[in-house]
Write a protein of this length. Structure first.
Length: 165
C-alpha cells in the first residue's frame, strides 16, 4: 500500500545495505508516534560490519568519507521506508524535520557540518523541498562498534485522512 517511498529511494539509486533493520540492543530501529517518525541512530553498517571503523581524522580529505556517509544515510532512509511500509494507514507525504550527526573524530577535526552535508544533500535529493530540515553535527570521542559516524532523524508524515490519527 505505501510503496511510494521505496520507489523514490530506488529512483535515486539509494542502495539498501542491510535487510530490514533490527536494533543492536533494547530499542526500536524506528518509532511512529502520531505523525512523527523517530529513526534511531544509524551506523555505516553493511552485512560485513561497520564500514571504515575508527576516528575521523583532520588530515584526511572529506570526500574519502563519502561512502561512510552514503551507507549511514541509506540505513536511515531505508528504516524510514520500513516504517512507512508497516503503516496500516495510507501515507501521502513525508517531510524531514531534523537530523543529528555524531562524528567519532580526532579533537582537531572541525568539518563536522561539511560531513553532514552528504546526508542533507541525499535527503533533499530524495524528498525535494520536503527534505529541508534542521540539524546538528556533533563531535564525540567514541561511538558504538567504533563507528566513525551515527545519524538519527525525525520525519513527519501525512495520511490521507489526518483525523484517522
Amino acid at each position: 500500500m505505501n510503496d511510494f517511498f521505496e520507489k523514490k529511494l530506488n529512483e535515486n539509486n539509494i542502495k539498501r545495505y542491510l535487510p530490514k533493520n533490527n536494533s543492536l540492543a533494547n530499542y526500536l530501529p524506528f518509532l511512529l508516534s502520531n505523525s512523527f517518525v523517530f529513526i534511531s541512530g544509524q551506523l555505516p553498517m553493511t552485512k560485513s560490519g561497520i564500514e571504515s571503523p575508527g576516528k575521523i581524522k583532520k588530515e584526511v580529505v572529506l570526500s574519502s568519507y563519502k561512502k561512510v556517509m552514503e551507507i549511514t544515510t541509506s540505513n536511515l532512509l531505508w528504516n524510514l521506508n520500513d516504517c512507512i511500509k508497516d503503516s496500516q494507514k495510507t501515507i501521502i507525504n513525508v517531510k524531514c524535520c531534523s537530523i543529528k550527526g555524531y562524528f567519532n573524530c580526532d579533537q582537531e577535526f572541525e568539518d563536522h557540518s561539511a560531513l553532514l552535508n552528504f546526508t542533507s544533500d541525499c535527503i533533499i535529493k530524495v524528498l525535494g523541498r520536503n527534505g529541508k530540515h534542521s540539524r546538528v553535527a556533533i563531535g564525540v570521542s567514541s561511538l558504538p562498534k567504533n563507528s566513525p559516524v551515527e545519524i538519527e532523524g525525525i520525519f513527519s508524515i501525512s495520511y490521507i485522512n489526518q483525523n484517522e490519527n
